[in-house]
Structure formats: structure tokens, C-alpha cells
Design a protein around this ligand. Structure first.
Ligand code: ADP
Ligand code: MG
Length: 291
């Protein structure tokens, strides 16, 4: 049977927009040593805005944007949604129902009109080609904390789009409070090194790992568990789900994808990162009463 203190803590959480899928998660939160935090959609709003577009000389910009948006309209990734919005805002029609392969943490692929296309980060389209496409421009954009994605067609890199995401209002303070509670914070992201560095710094996170695949995120949690025993992970995407499952306490952003919400032990209904520290304090109080 469930203890009154546990029940009280769970309902307190509910009033604060925190869904605990059981009392044990409060218990685990009270002992948390390390929290791994996803970047896009978790530390940031996940609503990046397109800031720069560069299209190969032999291509028509609107046609190229149409193709990119048509592919991205089949993806749930925050970058994809923003790109689609940007293209729609320019009154460019989008082709629906293109068959894509969505590769979490990398990008999307499609075969269309007898040609093959891939959209995603530099690793996905090929680093050398990406670097030489626009001589140093991608690197400069990343220094500004922007995420750069590329379109590659059968003739090489066809376009580059840069997007800038904003860090959540409460992120920096939330990280600071966690540190005060004695919790180590590390940021995990599939994004590029330079972009990761800028965002981590803005959020006051000292440790970060860039270019993470869903598998690397999971491996990070496994490693951390051997050292700390109580390791949390907060994320919003499909790409975070395996790491959420591996961690002692998996925390999902309420606005995240279904898989993340289902896999997580705790859901932050209002996407408010400060509720993590609140949950830990709630867990600690509950433990004091139960003991
Ligand atoms: P994060 O870990 O920061 O949430 P992801 O792992 O979801 O980021 O994505 C990592 C990188 O993969 C993105 O920064 C982007 O470069 C690329 N990517 C993933 N999905 C897409 C997509 N649908 N379109 C373009 N790029 C993508
Ligand atoms: Mg994310």
C-alpha cells in the first residue's frame, strides 16, 4: 500500500505540473547525483528560427526550399518543424506524403523523382563536403550558437540552413539550483561541438558532450551509473527515449514526443525545468517523513 507521505508528495507534484508515475521515482530523485540534460527542446525552447539560407548556384532557391520542407514536413524534429514554417511563410507550397527515412539524431533521407536526397548535420551528409560547401561559413554560424543543417543531392551539397534556438527562460537558474542541491549537470546533444559549447555556456552547464547519437546518450548514462548509482536524464525526443529508459529517473518534457513521455518516470507537464529541482526537494522531504 502507498504511504501517506508518498501520496501527499505525488499530489503536491500534480498541483505543480509534475507527473510522477509512482512514489519510487521521488525516492530515487532524492538520491540523485547527476542529471544529464538534452539540449534541443529541453534546455532550449525547441523552436529554432531559420536565420541563414545558402543554396548551390545551379539550383533555384525556392524549388530547393520546397524540396527541403516537403521532406521535413514528414519529420517531427523541432528543426524540421521550424524549417517547414519558414518555407510556408514564404508562400512556397509543400508536397505532402513524400516517403522519408527519419534517422534520429542525424536527419532524414528520401528518394524522390529518381534522385536521392539527404538532409541533416555535417556528419550525416559528409563532413568534408559540408566544410567545403561554403568555406568557413558553417563554422562561423556555429560559433554564434546556431545549428547548421545541409541538403545533399546526387551532385553533392545543395543547400545549407542555419537555425538559432533560444535557451529557456528558467534554464540558467534551474541549472544553478540543481548545482546548489549538489547535483552535477551534463548536457548531451546531437548537435555540433561549437553550437553545443555556446548553448552549454549560456545555461551555465560546465560539462557537455556534442554529436551524441541516441546510443551515445544511453552509453553516457550507463557509464555514469557505474560511478553514481543515481543518474537522471531529462529529454523531449525520440532520440532521448533509450537514455530515459536506462537512467534511474527518466524525466520528459510535457511537450515532448510520445515515446519520451511514455518512457519517462516523471513528466514536466509545463516544460518548466525549475520543476526538476523542486521534485528533488519534494523527494528529499518525503524521504525524511518516511524514514
Ligand atoms: P538534440 O540531442 O540536441 O535534441 P538531436 O539528436 O535530435 O538533437 O539532433 C542532432 C542533430 O541531428 C541536429 O542538430 C541536426 O543537425 C540533425 N537532425 C536531426 N533530425 C533532423 C531533421 N529532421 N532535419 C535536419 N537535421 C536533423
Ligand atoms: Mg531534444
Amino acid at each position: 500500500s502507498i504511504m501517506p507521505a508518498t501520496l501527499a508528495a505525488i499530489s503536491n507534484g500534480a498541483r505543480h505540473g509534475i507527473l510522477f508515475k509512482g512514489g519510487v521515482h521521488l525516492e530515487n530523485l532524492s538520491a540523485l547525483k547527476l542529471l544529464a540534460v538534452d539540449k534541443t527542446g529541453t534546455l532550449t525552447e525547441g523552436m529554432p528560427v531559420v536565420t541563414d539560407v545558402l543554396v548551390r548556384e545551379d539550383l533555384d532557391e525556392r524549388e530547393t526550399l520546397k524540396l527541403i520542407a516537403s521532406m521535413e514536413s514528414q519529420s517531427n524534429h523541432p528543426l524540421a518543424k521550424s524549417i517547414v514554417q519558414y518555407v510556408k511563410d514564404q508562400q512556397i507550397g509543400i508536397i505532402s506524403g513524400i516517403d522519408i527515412i527519419d534517422i534520429p539524431g542525424q536527419g532524414v533521407k528520401a528518394n524522390f523523382n529518381g534522385r536521392s536526397y539527404i538532409i541533416g548535420n555535417a556528419d550525416f551528409v559528409g563532413n568534408e563536403e559540408a566544410d567545403s560547401f561554403a568555406d568557413g561559413i558553417a563554422a562561423r554560424l556555429e560559433e554564434e550558437g546556431k545549428t547548421v543543417v545541409f541538403l545533399k543531392d546526387d551532385d553533392g551539397i545543395a543547400a545549407m540552413i542555419a537555425l538559432k534556438d533560444t535557451i529557456r527562460n528558467e534554464a540558467k537558474e534551474a541549472v544553478e539550483t540543481l548545482k546548489q542541491l549538489g547535483i552535477e549537470v551534463a548536457m548531451l546533444t546531437g548537435d555540433h561541438e561549437k553550437t553545443a559549447k555556446v548553448i552549454a555556456k549560456e545555461a551555465g552547464v560546465n560539462d557537455y558532450i556534442a554529436k551524441c547519437s541516441p546510443i551515445t546518450k544511453t552509453e553516457f548514462i550507463e557509464q555514469a551509473l557505474t560511478k553514481y548509482q543515481y543518474v537522471g536524464m531529462v529529454g523531449d525526443g525520440i532520440n532521448d527515449a533509450p537514455a530515459l529508459a536506462k537512467s534511474t529517473v527518466g524525466i520528459a518534457m510535457g511537450g515532448g514526443t510520445d515515446v519520451a513521455l511514455e518512457t519517462a518516470d516523471v513528466v514536466l507537464m509545463k516544460n518548466n525545468l525549475s520543476k526538476i529541482a523542486y521534485s528533488i526537494k519534494l523527494g528529499r522531504k518525503m524521504q525524511q517523513i518516511v524514514k
